[in-house]
Design a protein around this ligand. Structure first.
Ligand SMILES: [Fe+2]
Length: 493
């Protein structure tokens, strides 16, 4: 059986509908609606899960994962980024694990639920600028950040966050930061766990094209500044150190002429333009920015940043040639499939604040992305990081877990299993841990074919031995986007 047959849920005969999928999926001719990606029709609440092995007694908290799960058949061509947000949550506490999944009740989802059909056409257009909130539905389907006692769901295209209850996953509504948040924010805001502050940015299609802000530990935007860019850009992530934030101006953005004349977004790579990184003091302004040029590339996710004397060190995943390469055989889905075929490797940039010099180099050449670290070390020098191994397949998926040791240069890997695909795996510190890698990695997995889903739990100090236990989930989980771990002491102390 070919990989593509496995992933589309076929075995040479009629397509098989993965369990739990809505009936309309059977007629969907789009790989991001089939097989590993097929959405779920229902929500479960507080299901106690069977455990193979023993849950570590020193692991307590909640694993949450966001991702697209369209509530209705898409009216036009579907892009994986379009789906309504569904959160899958696993509470691990007092020796047992309970599972819940719920849609985020965004304004767009509620409008479609009331209408009984999909309203927004999605990223592949054609756009309808008369729709409330704009031509794209803010689904909040991309990231989850635990901040100031609340879970915030964020959207890749910039939106006002939605607040969600971490246990019931009930949507609490739009998060305004006590009325202080004046602009939509990107999918990746970061909490500095040493100060409790949250660092964020916004980007858009009008000057100054980017804004940057700092939110106090008690949840109010206390600093904001425009960051002037040469034109509209689509940065995805940012970095921070103890004293600085690092923002991105990357030469992979929408063709402005096509956007203006044809109202379509066509991502274009400009290989003659440098990648530019703005180093700004945490409470600095546009005038304080130090810009550093680097080799052209796109950067989806940052691993971590820190200060080393006069140097700012930034570890991340670099896409050296992000230009989509459509395969004509994919027909009208070719551009979407090409755009999502992620090629990236672990990379280090260093910026000298005294001389203005940039140094950069590959750390590894493995195709990987969706990194995680022990977030208590965010902004400080880290030795360890983790990521998802991405196979060179037709659709984007996570085949295994990777661990890097910056000190020894060693890479460890573990495959999730035959036909098994995983999820972003956050680091979950052991209760009372004081050392950086003293904890676990957690990943929701799904096996193609029998559609069994689990939460695999790894010892972060020894991932190569495989999962130390497996929590059997009560239903199939589709592939998703970002995940987070909330420590028990943050929730229940
Ligand atoms: Fe992301």
């Amino acid at each position: 059986m070919s990989v593509n047959a496995l992933k589309s849920g076929t075995s040479g005969g009629a397509p098989t509908l993965p369990p739990g999928a809505p009936d309309w999926v059977a007629a969907a001719d789009n790989p991001y609606l089939q097989g590993l990606y097929a959405p779920l029709a229902n929500e479960l609440a507080g299901e106690v899960c069977e455990v193979e092995g023993t849950l570590p007694p020193d692991l307590e908290g909640i694993y949450l994962r966001n991702g697209p799960n369209p509530g209705f058949a898409p009216p036009n061509r579907y892009h994986w980024f379009d789906g309504d947000a569904m959160i899958h949550g696993l509470v691990i506490r007092d020796g047992r694990a309970t599972y819940t999944n719920r849609w985020i009740e965004t304004a767009g989802r509620l409008a479609e639920r009331d209408a009984g059909r999909a309203i927004w056409p999605g990223l592949m257009g054609p756009f309808d600028f008369s729709l409330p909130g704009g031509p794209l539905k803010d689904t909040a389907n991309t990231d989850l950040v635990y901040f100031n006692g609340r879970v915030l769901a964020l959207w890749y295209h910039t939106g006002q966050p939605y607040a969600v209850d971490p246990v019931s996953l009930a949507t609490k509504g739009r998060e305004t930061l006590d009325g202080t948040l004046p602009f939509p924010i990107s999918a990746h805001a970061h909490v500095d766990e040493l100060t409790g502050e949250m660092l964020l940015f916004s980007f858009g299609e009008r000057p100054p094209y980017m804004k940057y802000g700092v939110v106090s530990a008690d949840g109010k935007l206390i600093h904001q500044t425009p960051i002037e860019l040469p034109g509209p850009r689509v940065p995805h992530d940012m970095g921070f150190t103890a004293n600085y934030s690092i923002l991105h101006d990357l030469p992979f953005f929408h063709d402005i002429e096509i956007l203006r004349t044809k109202k379509r977004r066509v991502a274009t790579f400009y290989p003659d333009m440098p990648a530019r990184f703005a180093v700004v003091p945490r409470f600095g302004s546009n005038a304080d920015v130090r810009w550093f040029d680097a080799k052209p590339c796109y950067v989806l996710h940052i691993v971590n940043c820190w200060e080393d004397g006069d140097w700012i060190v930034m570890d991340g995943y670099r896409s050296a040639d992000p230009k989509p390469k459509p395969d004509a055989a994919d027909g009208e889905l070719a551009s979407m499939l090409a755009y999502l075929r992620l090629e990236a490797n672990f990379y280090r940039w260093e910026f000298n604040l005294k001389t203005g010099e940039t140094r950069e180099r590959d750390i590894d050449d493995l195709n990987a992305e969706f990194p995680s670290i022990n977030r208590a070390w965010g902004g400080q020098r880290t030795r360890y990081s983790y990521a998802q191994h991405i196979p060179h397949e037709r659709t984007l998926s996570f085949k295994g877990l990777v661990k890097y040791d910056n000190q020894t240069g060693r890479r460890e890997m573990i495959d999730y299993g035959e036909g098994v695909y995983g999820s972003e795996a956050p680091f979950a510190p052991r209760t009372g841990a004081t050392e950086e890698d003293d904890g676990y990695l957690v990943s929701f997995t799904t096996r193609i074919g029998d559609w069994r889903s689990e939460c695999q739990i790894f010892d972060a100090r020894n991932i190569e031995n495989g999962p130390i236990c497996r929590v059997k989930l009560p239903q199939r989980l589709p592939a998703g986007f970002h995940a987070t771990w909330i420590r028990g002491d943050q929730l229940w102390s």
